[in-house]
Design a protein around this ligand. Structure first.
Ligand SMILES: [Zn+2]
Length: 287
């Protein structure tokens, strides 16, 4: 199979970016990377009936932070899109079906069928609309898919999350261009995996700029005051922090890794890599 990973975008100005912005670290970090390109930024957060509705609330706070990073020169807007009618159609996945327990390791039942394709279709429709009245504008649609998402799994018989793969995105981008006016085909789709980045590499670059804001992102598939530490996404979050050599200052309900490496705080656990642990736990206990 053709290896399409590891190319960097050549950004044509002026530009607009439409970002699928979930409130998780992957999309937050990748969006932050794009801020420096100087394109107007349109964030889209989807409520699709997911159990973790908290991610929508988190996305609003992260939007405020991104505005601070962008300063005056870039226009940033945030829309929350309600496509919760999809919960009746996507009703076989662990992320939506309340009768299904969330597993701690990858299962195909975690995957929401072509969720990214649905969201990228909406985001691309919006991007085409944004550039429709100005022929100088170029559109970039971005989302947080990284190389771990598309790693090969026996259970899946291919990439774990197929719509995170570069092959899927290359073909989708080609389809979107064919499916709209030739004069408006200035649309590209980008993600960390297309630039050859893993989850750890994406968040490593982001931490240098965002520092502690990275802990405000939400990875957990469950709702709650803190990350559960038991679901696949919490476990991947912790692993990525370790791999990126970044302190993990997330508060988890249960340790998502080696229990001996975690310190109990009033309502959860923090990994010992968190240098600000004492300050952090003291503040947390005051709340
Ligand atoms: Zn979790």
């Amino acid at each position: 199979m053709l290896n399409l990973d590891g190319i960097s975008p050549i950004i044509k100005k002026p530009c607009v970016v439409v970002s699928i912005f979930s409130g998780g670290p992957d999309s937050f970090c990748y969006t932050l990377k794009w801020i420096k390109e100087g394109c107007d930024l349109h964030l889209l957060t989807f409520n699709y009936g997911q159990k973790a509705s908290r991610e929508v609330e988190v996305s609003k706070k992260l939007y405020e932070k991104l505005k601070e990073f962008a300063g005056e020169s870039i226009r940033i807007e945030h829309k929350i899109l309600d496509i919760s009618f999809m919960k009746d159609l996507w009703n076989k996945t662990q992320l939506i079906d309340k009768s299904k327990e969330l597993s701690s390791e990858y299962e195909t039942s975690i995957v929401v069928p072509i969720r990214n394709v649905v969201m990228l279709s909406i985001a691309s429709a919006y991007a085409y609309s944004l550039i429709s009245e100005d022929e100088s504008l170029n559109a970039y649609v971005i989302y947080g898919a990284h190389s771990d998402d598309a790693s090969i799994s026996e259970k899946a018989g291919g990439p774990k999350y197929p719509d995170c793969s570069s092959e899927c995105i290359e073909s989708l981008q080609a389809s979107f261009r064919i499916c709209h006016f030739p004069k408006d085909r200035r649309l590209e789709i980008w993600s960390p995996i297309r630039e050859g980045m893993s989850k750890a590499e994406n968040i490593r670059k982001c931490y240098d700029i965002a520092e502690n804001i990275i802990y405000e992102t939400w990875s957990c598939y469950r709702d709650g005051d803190f990350h559960c530490g038991k679901c696949e996404s919490c476990i991947n979050r912790h692993k990525a922090f370790l791999k990126a050599n970044i302190p993990d200052c997330t508060i988890y309900g249960e340790p998502p890794g080696n229990r001996e490496e975690f310190i109990k705080v009033e309502k959860g656990y923090i990994h010992k890599s968190c240098k600000k642990f004492y300050e952090f736990s003291t503040n947390y206990n005051k709340e």
